[in-house]
Design a protein around this ligand. Structure first.
Ligand SMILES: N[C@@H](CCC(=O)N[C@@H](CS)C(=O)NCC(=O)O)C(=O)O
Length: 198
């Protein structure tokens, strides 16, 4: 398997965690085209894009360990937590959006950072409430093993810190991050461990 990635890309980070949890090896390449989105996974000549689609492909191809619960309602819950991050937060704090806002509307770095912080805080506070409200929370977002929700959450926290969000407001999220970061799959997927890290 070949993974086209970029060390700081949180969407790539999601796929790196899933690959590590599944024990699948991949070769990492620095993304050199600034207009191309990462990650892209190439597997047996098949080109796959979109981190969530890639992760579900990996989960179906190699079902152990499962990244989604079997029960339909539980599965929808895990997907919904993942989507708070992947659909609502990440797309509007992504670098190309921030660069556009900055350039087209003559915003300063500080204003653009505040934009990112606003949307990240909105998503993380909603997720914190979802975690408090749901009875099946264990050591992770759902139960006692990492799922798609944790895979989306941990990389987003790196972005949150980069933009100066106050994460002490989200104690449940921070506890889950700590549990995840005890696993080599998460540690080895982190940006600073990537061969293209600056
Ligand atoms: N929804 C996509 C998002 C992919 C994405 O936005 N990747 C970012 C890095 S996290 C990227 O490639 N940005 C380059 C650019 O915006 O030009 C996914 O989950 O794979």
């Amino acid at each position: 398997m070949k993974l086209y990635t970029f060390f700081r890309s949180s969407a790539s980070y999601r796929v790196r965690i899933a690959l590590n949890l599944k024990g699948l090896t991949y070769a990492a390449y620095k993304a050199i085209n600034p207009q191309a989105l990462v990650p892209t996974l190439e597997d047996n000549g098949k080109i796959l894009t979109q981190s969530l689609a890639i992760i579900e492909y990996l989960d179906e191809k190699q079902p152990h360990p499962p990244l989604l619960p079997k029960d339909p309602a539980d599965k929808a819950l895990v997907r919904s937590m993942a989507m708070v991050i992947a659909c609502e937060v990440h797309p509007i704090q992504n670098l190309r959006v921030l660069n556009y806002v900055k350039k087209e509307y003559n915003q300063t770095d500080e204003q653009v950072n505040r934009w990112a912080q606003h949307w990240i805080d909105l998503g993380l506070s909603a997720l914190e409430q979802m975690l408090i409200a749901q009875p099946k929370r264990g050591k992770y977002c759902f139960g006692d093993a990492p799922t798609l929700a944790d895979i989306c959450l941990v990389p987003q926290l790196g972005n949150a810190r980069r933009y100066g969000c106050d994460l002490s407001l989200y104690p449940n999220i921070l506890a889950i991050e700590k549990t995840c970061m005890a696993l080599p799959a998460f540690v080895n997927a982190s940006p600073e461990k990537q061969p293209d890290a600056e």
